[in-house]
Design a protein around this ligand. Structure first.
Ligand code: AMP
Ligand code: GLY
Length: 426
């Protein structure tokens, strides 16, 4: 098969590498791709959000399958446009992608179908939002922009002053444009977080190996929220009992609810979960593979990913037995100094080798460019240095050994990826 992957980060690099393992893959294309991806897939400069451009590219290349990986083209309806032209696609259509595209939609869905989540209220004017904050008087309070906001639309306000400032800048200041003209204010939950990506064809849902993200920029979960500074899999807080509870109370009810709403979800549905003292609750849904969760989940997959994508598209996921390796995986993100705020681009990188110069390591590229025989930084998150091992400690040792061999000016990474998971095992 000739396969086109839409997107250009570490997640897409991980998808490409898994597709490359399939006997069914004849040729891989990616748009826009990045420096690392360009060594395995022919890259194009059509933006991931350019629906007409991607449809035209898929036609020109006469591909057999298109995988749409990022949230924005899915929410904008790229899959609908590709399906209308007869392409086999992996990813939800616009009607289903709303599960990530609107937090108001997803919160109301959970309320309607009794799926456990944080208590919440919805506001489109700051006065009522502030009155609610004052009447609840409970901090921290969580304030979320309704729509997509590059992973930055969630504010955890420690006190009334911070909460009011967040509400005003989102609703009145249009901090995230239309995405924040409506906000969700919700109860603050505590407990370890678990990410579960799943394959679903709308009828059956098959959870992948669980993982844990590290969202804050600095060690000890300090600093600003980022897209994710590192991941490990499996997540030790996702025990068999938790998995059973999730399947019964969250995964199956969500798939059924979407179908009942006439929004059958086909693709990868990401469950962001918190294991609270009162049971597992949904923090968020994403309509796509997580980044950098995918970088630790797909290396552990033993089943042919092309077969899975095809089965999801054809509604035949029940016919496939999906198998996983009995290993652990870790991904340490190397970011540009300054990320998630402003940072320079175009810095030359040293020590670059896909295998990280360490056995069992693979370096996924997130924000890089390849020019004149050199790799240059080209984004906030630059690399995801990933290793598998028999134990989590063994995987982490390899990831960090490779991180130390790679350098660029002001490179920043967390030194404590996986520590919380390791302490859970003790
Ligand atoms: P989201 O973009 O919805 O994943 O939120 C980003 C991060 O904010 C999550 O990964 C959590 O760490 C945190 N968060 C979101 N909602 C809550 C909540 N209700 N209680 C506590 N933390 C939350
Ligand atoms: N790593 C979190 C996400 O992909 O949304």
């Amino acid at each position: 098969m000739k396969i086109l992957v839409v997107g250009g980060g570490g997640r897409e690099h991980a998808i490409i590498m898994k597709l490359a393992e399939s006997k069914r893959t004849e040729k891989l294309y990616c748009t826009p791709g990045n420096g690392g991806i360009s060594r395995y897939a022919e890259c194009f400069d059509v933006a991931a959000t350019d629906i007409d451009g991607v449809v035209a590219l898929a036609k020109k290349l006469a591909v057999d399958m298109v995988v749409v990986a990022p949230d924005d083209p899915l929410v904008l309806g790229m899959v609908d446009a590709l399906n209308a032209e007869g392409f086999m696609t992996f990813g939800p259509d616009k009607a289903a992608a709303i599960i990530e595209g609107s937090k108001v939609f997803s919160k109301d869905l959970m309320k309607k179908y009794g799926i456990p989540t944080a208590k919440y209220e919805i506001f489109s004017d700051s006065e009522s939002a502030i009155a609610y904050l004052k009447s609840e008087n409970s901090y921290p309070a969580v304030i979320k922009a309704d729509g997509l906001a590059l992973g930055k639309g969630v504010i955890i306000a420690q006190n009334e002053e911070e909460a009011i400032a967040a509400v005003k800048s989102m609703i009145d200041g249009k901090q995230f444009g239309e995405s924040s003209s409506t906000v969700v204010i919700e109860e603050f939950l505590t407990g370890p977080e678990v990410s579960v990506l799943s394959f679903t064809d709308g009828n059956v849902v098959v959870p992948m190996i669980s993982s844990m993200d590290h969202k804050r920029a600095l060690d000890g979960d300090k600093g600003l929220n980022t897209g994710g500074m590192g991941t490990i899999a499996p997540n030790p807080f996702y025990t068999e009992a938790v998995a059973k509870e999730c399947m019964e109370n969250i995964f199956l009810p969500t798939i059924k609810a979407m179908k009942a709403e006439g929004r059958t979800f086909k693709g990868c549905l990401y469950f962001g979960l918190m294991v609270t003292p009162k049971g597992v609750k949904v923090i968020e849904y994403n309509c796509r593979f997580g980044d950098p969760e995918t970088q630790v989940v797909l290396p552990l997959l033993d089943t042919d990913l092309v077969d899975i994508f095809e089965a999801v598209y054809n509604g035949k996921l029940a016919d496939i037995d999906i198998k996983w390796k009995n290993e652990c995986c870790s991904c340490v993100v190397m970011a540009s100094g300054g990320y998630p705020q402003s940072y320079p681009k175009g810095l030359e990188m040293q020590g670059m080798d896909d295998n990280g110069q360490v056995d069992g390591v693979f370096v996924y590229h997130a924000g890089t460019k390849y020019a004149d025989g050199k790799f240059l930084t080209n984004g906030g998150r630059v690399l995801g240095v990933t290793a598998t091992g028999e134990t989590l400690q063994a995987a982490l040792d390899k990831s960090y050994a490779a991180v130390k061999k790679i350098s660029f000016e002001n490179a920043h990474y967390r030194t404590d990826i996986g520590q919380r998971a390791l302490s859970a095992n003790k």
